[in-house]
Ligand binder design. Structure first.
Ligand code: MG
Length: 171
């Protein structure tokens, strides 16, 4: 099948904030008295980006790739999950060209950490920092996220078909 056009995917995730865990966001440890609860390190940004990439590539979702019943992923560094998901995306003939995210978080304020988070995410995706974006919004006090009990993230990712030599010319 010849594929010439880029594809987009959407991802979303939420994790509860609890005491006694490091707060990992986009692969960066953000100073906070609480962290995100999860089978892995709970990095809600990386999980949303993974799902966005898998969606664009037509590769199901993060829960199917890394089941939370599998002890292999207990406490996993989500940067490793992203690298594995990226490898699957590339094996399927796609490469990321852009990602955008919205983190919905009441506390802590992410402004002092956004540059580091952006650089981390870009590095993981093999992209220049200008091709990824991290936007932080509060929930204006609404609901559990607004009460600071959880952090959510929305993500979109765009993939381009990988150029190949030989019989299958794509772009
Ligand atoms: Mg998750």
């Amino acid at each position: 099948m010849q594929r010439h056009l880029p594809r987009v995917g959407i991802g979303w995730d939420v994790h509860r904030l609890v005491a006694g865990r490091p707060l990992m966001l986009a692969g960066v440890q953000v100073p906070c008295d609480r962290g995100l609860l999860g089978h892995s390190d709970g990095d809600v940004i990386l999980h949303a980006v993974i799902d966005a990439m898998l969606g664009a590539a037509g590769l199901n979702d993060i829960g199917q790739m890394f089941p939370d019943t599998d002890p292999a992923w207990q406490g996993a560094d989500s940067r490793k999950l992203l690298r594995l998901a990226l490898a699957a995306v590339q094996s399927a003939g796609w490469t990321p060209v852009q990602a955008d995210t919205v983190v919905v978080v009441e506390k802590p304020k992410l402004a002092p950490h956004k540059d580091a988070m952006r650089a981390s995410l870009a590095g993981l995706l093999g992209l220049p920092a200008g091709d990824v974006n991290i936007k932080a919004k509060t929930a204006e006090g609404f609901g559990e996220i607004g009460a600071g009990e959880a952090i959510a993230c929305y993500a979109v990712a765009m993939l381009a078909p990988v150029q190949r030599m030989g019989t299958e010319q794509l772009v």
